[in-house]
Design a binder for this molecule. Structure first.
Ligand SMILES: [Zn+2]
Ligand SMILES: [Zn+2]
Length: 246
């Protein structure tokens, strides 16, 4: 699978970073973890074949992970009529709001092709290319709302995307899957806790490669990249446009 970081910023975009969105390409089909970036614009600028877009998995409903969805759903619905996409959101309120926005601006939503779906802790997405399994995180636990990490399995490889985690990482919100199982790649956020808070987990982490995105504040970039080599696997930060092939 080929993984392309379309947006690596934290909650606010920057001059050279969109908000969170990562593209996963398997056998020519396109999947996305989060859509905080202006996804449809980015895909068109990249010359992507929109008919290859299959599914979007949002980790939680915060604007920096979801706000690219209404524009994509709108254009897929009324203009790009050969497209077909499953858009997973973590709360029904988000599905209601985003689908209502498309209906409001276009007078309708082609639900046969643009399918908003509710992601739950029990949902497993599987097609001929890819399997995506959610793991709850405590990012929005104080508000009683769901948030997920995602394990993506394809072509015999495993990639784990942390989504946003708890501000109290020391209470155990680092994705346990990566501590108990080998994964080819882990992509971890770095906005809600200090670099020092993640170090005890990095010692036990069984990732073969660890990339940090969603970094805030940006002076952490240097600290994170200085960790490379310390735990026996590569560690680095990612920028918009970076690609990794597993
Ligand atoms: Zn975020
Ligand atoms: Zn968030």
């Amino acid at each position: 699978m080929r993984i392309t970081f379309l947006g690596t910023s934290h909650g606010v975009p920057a001059a050279d970073r969109y908000c969170s969105s990562t593209m996963i390409e398997v056998n020519g089909s396109l999947y996305f973890i989060d859509a905080g970036a202006p996804l449809i614009d980015i895909l068109l600028r990249r010359g992507a074949d929109l008919d290859r877009v299959r599914a979007i998995f949002t980790t939680h409903i915060h604007g920096d992970h979801t706000n690219g969805i209404p524009a994509l759903a709108d254009l897929f619905s009324w203009y790009f009529k050969t497209t077909s996409v499953d858009i997973y959101m973590t709360e029904q309120a988000g599905i209601d709001a985003f689908s209502a926005m498309v209906r409001t601006v276009e007078g309708g939503l082609d639900e046969a092709r643009v399918r908003f779906r509710l992601m739950t802790a029990d949902t497993v997405y599987e097609d001929e290319n890819i399997r995506v399994t959610p793991w709850p995180t405590r990012h929005l636990a104080a508000a009683g709302r769901p948030a997920y990490s995602y394990l993506v399995e394809a072509e015999g490889k495993k990639a784990l995307f942390s989504g946003d985690l708890s501000q109290r990482l020391e209470q155990g919100d680092f994705p346990a899957y990566a501590l108990a199982n080998e994964v080819d790649l882990m992509v971890c956020e770095m906005a809600h806790f200090g670099v020092e808070h993640v170090l005890p987990y990095l010692e036990k982490c069984r990732a073969k490669r660890l990339l940090f995105n969603h970094v805030f504040p940006l002076d952490k970039l240097e600290k994170i990249n200085a960790l490379d080599g310390r735990f026996g696997y590569p560690i680095r930060t990612v920028d918009d446009g970076d690609e990794v092939t597993l």
